[in-house]
Ligand binder design. Structure first.
Ligand code: PEP
Ligand code: MG
Length: 573
């Protein structure tokens, strides 16, 4: 038994077999196979090698015809590699000897061959390692095409997913029904996969640094997402302890769900609206189950999936309409595509620092169509019920005005085409870039509402990468700069009479939620599963006391002082 410690980012306990995923060009899983499957696995490898041979012959012939035989010789080398015992025979040996899948065996072979190539003194021979990548990449692709190939959307049974990283497009494709828990090397609580795991109520521990190296594939692991612990091959006593923790957690969840029909009203009668953040349309049902009074944030980019394909206008209309119908009579706030450059084409340019680069509205300069289509679908869905449009990553009036003019264009198009839509769909800004927060008063004059994205706001304000566990201790939601910025925003929104909400993860933490109410926020949006706990915390305080607490905190100079004062004042954590 061994225990690893990380950050618990989605509470609950789960026990299951580890499925370890590493990423080459695409995810490569290491599976431990039962002895009776090894023979078939070797045949699967052979079939992929044969398919590669046929393809290489085809390429070689075409090249000989089109540019002449001498240029096709390089594929002779590739064909020879396919039969090299160091590759073919060795991979089969690894499958049989280590009882693993063909993809993993090929990966091991590739590593040892690369080590070998790097020792060659001849530069020409050393460079042949790129040919090796080409050949192995081709076999991997052929394996992926085989019907038994594991993939994120076809997981081999209920598993605990152990991954280095899991990017949003992979999370969108994941077969979540078969995921008992998630364990990642990187990330912290505002990491997107953590946010989804919380939404779906799946225990998760992030920021484990070396989990993919330390957790043997196929081993039994117990994940305690509440305490941030992962136990590998737990002893009987450890399992008993974790299972009773799991039972206690389940009972508490059930008790909290009983608060569904209650209002989030403070002891002195102040009503706070609690909405849900969702990534997948199916989560609307979970949101309702937890008593959400609307969708405060639909992260629409999850509709793109791993293929990063923008859905058509009709497909989107269908999704947005269903969301509105399901949440009736409550509003649904859809955030427009918050994607990076890669969404515009697989071979597109890459951004050296995507968090500060060309993303979201900044992509309008390259390609406005995906945004125009989305806005058309949202305007049309507005006829069905209360839809709100929210623009992410706004840094100033220039971005915002560009987006607003595109919205006007979309309306004009619909009018000309005679397509019915709702004229006055409310438009808002996801306040998450410090410059936007500073000029909140100027932005307020041009939009209908604000929702503060504290996940990014804190990241940019404090210059702390929200995905990097090495700096997660510096990610301080209660930093004086954060509280002052939030106060500044509430004042600007109030002065312009603009509805205001918080949709960052802060809103889903009971203590922080109380502080937000003290700062003047009356609407909070969070993972559906966080709603009952936040509601309970709010029902146990007086808004006037929360307000005095916020005032006191605003007078303090460090996060540690603020945390002390808050934890003395509130015992709801
Ligand atoms: C935020 O930045 O706080 C937010 C809600 O958006 P996301 O977590 O998707 O960046
Ligand atoms: Mg954000």
């Amino acid at each position: 038994m061994s225990a690893l410690r990380g950050t618990g980012v989605s509470p609950g306990v789960a026990v299951g077999r580890a499925l370890v995923m590493e990423r080459d060009a695409a995810p490569v899983f290491r599976l431990t196979l039962p002895p009776e499957r090894l023979h078939d696995e070797v045949r699967r490898l052979e079939a992929a090698i044969e398919a590669s041979r046929e393809q290489l012959h085809g390429i070689k012939e075409r090249l000989s015809r089109e540019v002449g035989a001498p240029h096709a010789y390089i594929f002779d080398a590739h064909l020879l590699m396919l039969d090299d015992p160091l590759l073919r025979q060795r991979a089969a040996e690894i499958i049989r000897g280590e009882a693993v899948n063909a993809e993993w065996a090929l990966r091991s072979v590739s590593e040892s061959l690369h080590a070998l190539f790097s020792q060659f003194s001849d530069a020409y021979l050393r460079e042949r390692s790129t040919d090796l990548d080409d050949v192995i990449g081709r076999i991997q692709l052929n394996l992926r095409g085989s019907p038994d190939a594991p993939s994120l959307s076809r997981l081999p049974g209920p598993i605990v997913l152990v991954a280095g990283d899991l990017v949003p497009s992979e999370a969108a494709d994941l077969d979540w029904d078969r995921v008992l828990a998630i364990v990642t090397d990187v990330g912290s609580s505002t990491y997107h996969t953590a946010i989804i795991a919380r939404s779906l109520g799946i225990p998760a521990v992030a920021g484990l640094k070396e989990a993919t190296r330390q957790i043997p594939p196929g081993s039994l692991v117990a994940v305690d997402g509440t305490r941030g612990e992962v136990v590998v091959e737990p002893s009987g006593a450890a399992l008993d302890f974790l299972q009773s923790a799991q039972e206690a957690y389940r009972r508490e969840e059930e008790r909290l769900r009983g608060t569904r029909a209650l209002a989030a009203r403070t002891l002195d009668g102040v009503l706070v609206r609690l909405e849900a953040n969702v990534e997948f349309p199916e989560e609307a049902a979970t949101a309702q189950l937890h008593g959400a009074e609307g969708i405060g944030l639909f992260r629409s980019e999850y509709l793109l999936g791993r293929g990063l394909r923008f859905p058509s206008e009709e497909q989107q209309l269908d999704v947005y309409r269903r969301l509105v119908e399901q949440m009736h009579p409550y509003p649904v706030t859809v955030r427009t595509w918050d994607v990076g450059l890669e969404a515009l084409g697989p071979a597109g340019p890459s951004s050296p620092n995507p968090a500060l680069g060309e993303r979201a509205l900044r992509l309008l300069h390259r390609s406005a169509d995906p945004f125009r289509i989305q806005l058309r679908a949202l305007l049309r869905a507005g006829r069905q019920g209360p839809v709100r449009i929210m623009f992410p990553f706004v840094s100033g009036l220039r971005d915002l005005r560009l987006a607003l003019s595109l919205l006007e264009e979309a309306k004009e198009e619909l009018r000309t085409e005679g397509v019915p839509f709702r004229e006055d769909v409310p438009v808002g800004v996801n306040l998450e870039v410090p410059s936007a927060a500073v000029i909140a008063d100027l932005l307020a004059a041009e939009v209908d509402f604000f929702s503060v994205g504290t996940n990014d706001l804190i990241q940019y304000l404090l210059a702390v990468d929200r995905t990097d566990p090495r700096v997660s201790s510096l990610y301080e939601p209660l930093h004086p700069a954060v509280l002052r910025t939030l106060r500044h925003i509430t004042e600007a929104a109030e002065a312009h009479g603009r509805p205001l909400s918080v949709c960052g993860e802060m809103a889903g933490q009971p203590v922080e939620a109380v502080l937000l109410v003290g700062l003047g926020f009356r609407s909070l949006s969070m993972a559906p599963s966080a709603i009952p706990r936040v509601k309970e915390a709010l029902r146990a305080v007086r808004a006037a006391d929360a307000c005095s607490l916020a005032e006191r905190c605003l007078g303090l100079s460090t996060c540690a002082e603020i945390e002390d004062v808050v934890s003395q004042a509130l015992s709801v954590r």
